[in-house]
Design a protein around this ligand. Structure first.
Ligand code: IVH
Length: 720
């Protein structure tokens, strides 16, 4: 048996991974101290690097286990950190992914819709390879390279300037006609042949990297830039951050400008105007893939006109004007040994395939998702046959599985010629495998759900796990095992069945004869720490609290949006309880409902989930019990944006001609305004287009200013 520290990352269990991350954090901090403060390193840079790489690999495989004190986070925490931190002048964002051709068509359609782009007018996109390396921001001031930073979390990266200066193809100086400030962004990568040669060289010292990307990242994160210099790193420029003046009119032109300045740019970038052209280029890049000297994992499409990019703007993590189209994933054939049914926090029964272990693209896969019962039967979302002849999936089948990037592997197809004679169609359970309640599938739903909401331990346990998870309440010391332990404990004084129970645990156990610290697995110190961690969360950010409640459709981004709008939890709860959903298409719902659906990025599905949650009696009781223990802290109003509409409540009505509703909303919000769906006393401004009806009348009755689209653009100083 390999020991935990040498076991391949994909073979680690969750517990082993957690223990390894704890050890690595302690070990790396100790080496950092020896190196930085004591100047007495006891391991080679290569060995040190290997520790960090292993830490990063485990974190990539188990993102939920990333520690608050992880070496990957504590970058630059002088004196023990390796690199100092750099605040990006403009955030370094990620890209949304497209997998199927239809996703690309959707992307193009959504851009056109957002811009209200006339159907007969061409819209140009650039298409280029997606380089599999790590993104880098190079800041030039007065035409001299001053800082190079990794992406980090998007707003803060690591300062790797000294190491970047060793990459020969990155210019140290820009030509005289370059602006005073410019951040050139792109990808640092390693060619495949260079990677193999480097690994061979390193093999003599017993080390190697898993792939060119890790190799590029590891080589760049060297403490000693002489080591980086010996590594064959390369760079492609494809984007930019802050600039003191505009760089051009189009994406394409700016990349050509970068080329003139001396940056390597990718030669496989073209302009396309239709989805068909984009897809043709995608297939051309895919066909070329194996012959390219570097790894790519897809293509990237960007709206070419920079003025349009500006109008499209950004979502929480990615621009609306670009998308990454990933290549089809690696595939393999293996045996389906069984199907397990997992019950999630919303009661959804999810089938998981247990597979004969098989290596796909360098990773051992033992589980794969089977999505839902129709998928096993061979039916798609609309009941249409999927997989060549719509055949079903049976235990014992040889199945084709696919793994794409970090996405959970899935079963694509069955090798029918190899189906065992006695294989039987799979019978999806109609009872919950955990609590035996009926599991029902509602009309129009793909998912079968356990009806045992309050009695089903699987749902309750999952809800508590979610409640304490890192991006929710983040209570350390309440892991999977502990939650199971408390959930099932015989002694009511030591039981946790609801979120509120977590906060009453200490008082309950102090009045009980059984003390936690006498129980195996809990020492006095860990019990003290656990109670301290719980107490520490009696005040919690509103958005985190809301996310922690685990309401359907309310993820982190939506929770933040709601918090930013309502500012206090009580205000949100009140509006949600007051809201009356529309009963027909022509019914707009009442003003509370309108307020919710008027929030940028919130639609009827989220609004309905919110209202459902708050009007349900059981939830209200559980929530009141929780609020007796925990206080959600009010959100600070967003720092005032200086614009003529900042802080104002705006209503758009009638048809807009130069922008879509979505764009109008996004623009107003960017300028610090609130957008509402209906006119009320709180409305400051109504922007009315042709066909505006009752809202315009209400506005004039209330004496509210009404302007047209043209005047709106004048007001906000954006010509169209
Ligand atoms: S554009 C605002 N173009 O992919 C987004 N990104 O999955 C700017 N990447 O973080 C990125 N090749 O590290 C862009 N040709 C390309 C790219 C590319 C690789 C990386 C980049 C980004 C990640 C998103």
């Amino acid at each position: 048996m390999p020991s935990r520290s040498s076991k391949p990352v994909d073979k680690l269990t969750t517990d082993e991974a957690q223990a390894s991350l704890a050890e690595l954090a302690a070990e790396i901090v100790a080496h950092d101290r020896r190196y930085h403060s004591e100047d007495k390193p006891i391991i080679s840079d290569g060995d040190y690097d290997a520790l960090r790489v292993r830490n990063a690999e485990i974190e990539a495989k188990f993102p939920e286990l990333v520690r608050a004190d992880s070496p990957s986070r504590s970058v630059g925490a002088a004196p023990s950190g390796t690199f100092s931190q750099v605040q990006h002048a403009k955030p370094m964002l990620s890209l949304d992914n497209a997998f199927a051709d239809a996703d690309v068509a959707d992307f193009v359609a959504s851009v056109r819709r957002f811009l209200a782009w006339p159907a007969d007018q061409p819209l140009v996109f650039t298409a280029e390879p997606k380089i599999d390396g790590l993104s880098m921001s190079l800041r030039y001031e007065n035409r001299k390279l001053v800082t190079a930073a990794t992406r980090g979390d998007g707003s803060t990266g690591e300062n790797v300037t000294a190491n970047i200066r060793t990459i020969g193809e990155i210019p140290e100086r820009l030509p005289d006609d370059a602006p005073d400030i410019v951040e050139v962004r792109g990808e640092v990568y390693m060619r495949r042949d260079d990677f193999f040669a480097l690994n061979q060289r390193m093999a003599e010292t017993g080390q190697n990297f898993a792939n060119p990307r890790n190799s590029a990242a590891g080589s760049l994160r060297q403490k000693d830039s002489a080591v980086t210099k010996s590594r064959p790193l390369k760079f492609f420029a494809y984007a930019w951050g802050e600039t003191s003046e505009p760089l051009g009119e189009t994406q394409f032109d700016v990349v050509q400008l970068f080329r003139r300045w001396g940056f390597p740019v990718n030669e496989h970038m073209v302009r396309c105007t239709t989805v068909a052209e984009i897809l043709t280029h995608y297939h051309a890049i895919d066909a070329e893939r194996a012959a390219l000297p570097y790894d790519i994992d897809g293509a990237v499409y960007k709206v070419d006109q920079l003025g349009l990019q500006e109008r499209l703007g950004f979502r929480a993590r990615s621009p609306r004007w670009a998308i990454a189209h990933k290549f089809a994933a690696e595939k393999a054939i293996t045996t389906l040994n069984g199907i397990d049914i997992q019950v999630g926090r919303t009661g959804a029964l999810t089938p998981v395939a247990r597979l004969e272990p098989v290596t796909v693209g360098g990773v051992v896969v033992t589980n794969a998702t089977l999505h839902n019962e129709d998928y096993i039967k061979g039916l798609g979302n609309k009941g249409e046959p999927i997989r060549a002849e719509g055949h079903d999936i049976r235990i014992g089948d040889k199945v084709i599985i696919q793994r794409a990037g970090d996405v959970i592997p899935q079963i694509l197809d069955v090798v029918m010629e190899k189906r065992p004679a006695d294989a039987e169609p799979y019978r999806f359970p109609n009872r919950c495998p955990v609590c035996d309640s009926h599991a029902v599938r509602e009309e129009g739903e793909a998912v079968r759900r356990c009806t045992g909401g309050l009695v089903c331990p699987a749902q309750a346990v999952e809800r508590i796990r979610h409640f304490v998870s890192r991006n929710a309440l983040d209570i350390e010391g309440l892991g999977e095992k502990q939650i199971e332990f408390f959930f099932r404990h015989d002694n009511p004084a030591l039981r946790i069945r609801t979120p509120a129970d977590i906060f009453t645990l200490q008082t309950r156990q102090s009045g009980s004869l059984t003390k936690l610290e006498h129980i195996d697995g809990f020492g006095a110190v860990s019990v003290r720490k656990l109670f301290a961690a719980i107490d520490d969360r009696r005040q919690v950010q509103f958005s985190r609290f809301l996310f922690a409640l685990g309401i359907r459709h309310i993820g982190e981004t939506i929770a933040r949006r709601l918090a930013r709008h309502f500012l206090s939890f009580a205000a949100m709860r009140k509006v949600s309880q007051d809201a009356r959903m529309p009963v027909s298409k022509s019914d707009p719902g009442n003003s509370a409902w309108q307020e919710i659906v008027g929030i940028n990025g919130i639609g009827a599905i989220v609004a309905e989930a919110l209202v459902d949650f708050f009007v349900e009696g059981h939830n209200s009781d559980a929530l009141d019990a929780l609020l007796a223990e925990v206080t959600p802290v009010d959100e600070e109003p967003v720092a005032a944006v200086s614009s003529p509409v900042a802080g104002k409540t705006v209503v758009f009505t009638g048809s807009l001609e130069k922008m879509s509703r979505d764009e109008a909303k996004a623009m107003a919000e960017r300028l610090g305004a609130k957008v509402a769906g209906s006119v009320s006393k709180k409305t400051d401004l109504v922007v009315a287009g042709p066909g505006a009806g009752s809202k315009m009348k209400q506005a004039s009755d209330l004496g509210i200013e009404v302007i047209d689209e043209e005047q709106w653009f004048e007001l906000v100083g954006q010509g169209r």
